[in-house]
Write a protein that binds this ligand. Structure first.
Ligand code: BES
Ligand code: MN
Ligand code: MN
Length: 462
């Protein structure tokens, strides 16, 4: 595939600079202070899609942030690939932990990225990975090698639950008709061992509020005599796991799919070094559910984690106080077959049931979504596997990821097609963390691999 390599070689500086342009806009969907930036990013994506050769590029209004849609249809008898990605990013904070400002992209080398990596919020998740598809389309248009039809659907609310996209998909089934959905919003094992994501976990995200006395109290005058909501909340949270780190919510595991020994052994063959894992995180030991390996714990098993907890006095110095309220945000990562709404309900019932009479408890569901597994005997998977084999010279391994892209299960339900997740990020790229980055090698490899997917998918569809 010489034309692919030549085109990338000639244009790589520009590819990088265009991505840097996109990364400069702080499209933080969670924080309304950035709403104009989110809208500006949508415009910029539209501009780049048009420039790449998409027809009918539109900014589709929704109840929330818009969806950028574009297509290149030249023969309805050929297959259609629907590309999904997101142009919104996570908040950058804690900002003081960044070595360079999150929206002023810089290229630096790292041990894992000797060829350099672009440091910016959204570099990997998902502007960089989404933009590989825009550049791959440009490449195929400029070299006259687009072998099939393509549709782009890029949203601006992935990091906050994709509510508007669900609304859009339900109303546009005909427009979005496709033969396969292609997403780059996941990762791979390493730059020498590519992998294809075959599973995503589901999610239930809730907020809990525990109220004790009707006002903050002097912790000397009242301490010991009334329930302290922070003490109680801590105790309740501790009760959510048993001594084997199993989740204690009744019914929580009822629908969890138990994989066969063979399947688990097959998964266990992926290269993994526990020492490297511990060293990378600077931990003495790992932790998790009894009876499962680290890779199983973060892929095929459900979890429950506190994401934030607050209440009382957290300022400088000491204040002797019993707070009236305590709060926590809790996420449960789910596996296929667990229904997120049902799990949310089970959580709510159980959490309320373990509260002592001395406090009031409120559980507020935030958002959620179902897990997803994609088969490896589909044409789409085979095409992706051949594409990686060509560009990396190594056969990719199927891997179930621990992360979630809740909209993928909805795609299957509404659009009746399978999703192929060709991710090019690495776990060490620090998505959602300070100093997020995306390897230049990974970015360019993505642009190289995507056209090969189109080629093989079209050939295998015949
Ligand atoms: N791209 C990530 C999900 C991801 C990352 C999946 C790496 C697999 C590997 C996505 O943007 C994300 O952050 N999803 C959220 C869920 C969403 C509802 C906020 C997540 O997984 O926490
Ligand atoms: Mn993402
Ligand atoms: Mn994300």
């Amino acid at each position: 595939m010489e034309h692919i390599k030549n085109y990338i070689d000639k244009n790589k500086e520009r590819f990088i600079n265009e991505l840097i342009d996109l990364l400069k806009i702080p499209s933080v969907s969670a924080d309304s202070a950035y709403s104009q930036d989110v809208l500006n990013t949508a415009e910029k994506v539209k501009f780049f899609l048009e420039k790449a050769g998409c027809d009918q590029v539109e900014i589709c209004e929704t109840p929330g942030y818009p969806i950028v849609y574009g297509e290149k249809i030249f023969d309805s008898s050929l297959p259609t690939v629907l590309v999904y990605g997101h142009y919104d990013v996570q908040p950058a904070d804690p900002i003081e932990l960044w070595d360079s400002p999150p929206f002023e992209p810089v290229i630096k080398t790292t041990l894992i990225h000797p060829e350099g990596a672009i440091f910016a919020r959204g570099a990997c998740d998902d502007k960089g990975q989404m933009f590989m598809h825009v550049k791959a389309l440009e490449l195929m248009m400029q070299t006259n090698t687009l072998p099939c039809n393509v549709k782009f659907m890029i949203e601006g609310e992935e990091e906050v639950g994709s509510a508007s996209l669900a609304w859009f998909v339900e109303r546009n089934q005909e427009k979005l008709k496709n033969d396969v959905i292609l997403i780059s919003d996941t990762g791979m094992i390493s730059n020498t061992q590519p992998s294809i994501t075959t599973g995503l976990r589901g999610l239930s995200y809730v907020e809990v509020e525990v109220t004790g006395p009707n006002r903050d109290l002097h912790s000397g005058l009242y301490g010991g005599a009334v329930a302290n909501p922070i003490n109680i909340l801590s105790k309740m949270i501790a009760q959510l796991h048993d001594e084997n780190n199993h989740i204690t919510i009744p019914g929580f595991y009822d629908k969890v799919e138990e994989l066969s020994r063979e399947e688990r052994d097959e998964m266990g063959k992926r290269p993994f070094s526990l020492d490297d894992y511990k060293n990378a995180l600077d931990i003495e030991d790992i932790y998790g559910e009894a009876g499962y390996t680290t890779n199983e714990r973060n892929s095929i098993r459900p979890t429950l984690d506190v994401n934030g907890i607050w209440g009382g006095y957290t300022g400088e110095g000491a204040k002797t106080v019993i707070a009236s309220k305590a709060f926590a945000k809790i996420s449960m990562r789910l596996v296929p077959n667990q229904d997120w709404e049902e799990i949310t309900e089970l959580f709510k019932n159980y959490f309320e049931s373990i509260a002592p009479k001395s406090v009031k408890v409120k559980v507020t569901p935030h958002h959620g979504g179902q897990g997803y597994v994609t088969p490896i005997d589909s044409i789409g998977y085979q095409a992706a596997s051949k594409a990686y084999s060509d560009s990396f010279g190594v056969t990719p391994i199927p891997v179930r990821s621990g992360g979630s892209i809740p909209i993928v299960a909805l795609f299957e339900k509404e659009l009746k097609s399978k999703t192929i997740m060709m991710g090019f990020g690495l776990d060490s790229d620090a998505i959602h963390s300070p100093n997020e980055h995306f390897g230049v090698f990974n970015y360019l490899k993505g642009i190289e691999t995507i056209p090969l997917f189109y080629k093989y998918f079209t050939e295998l569809s015949k």
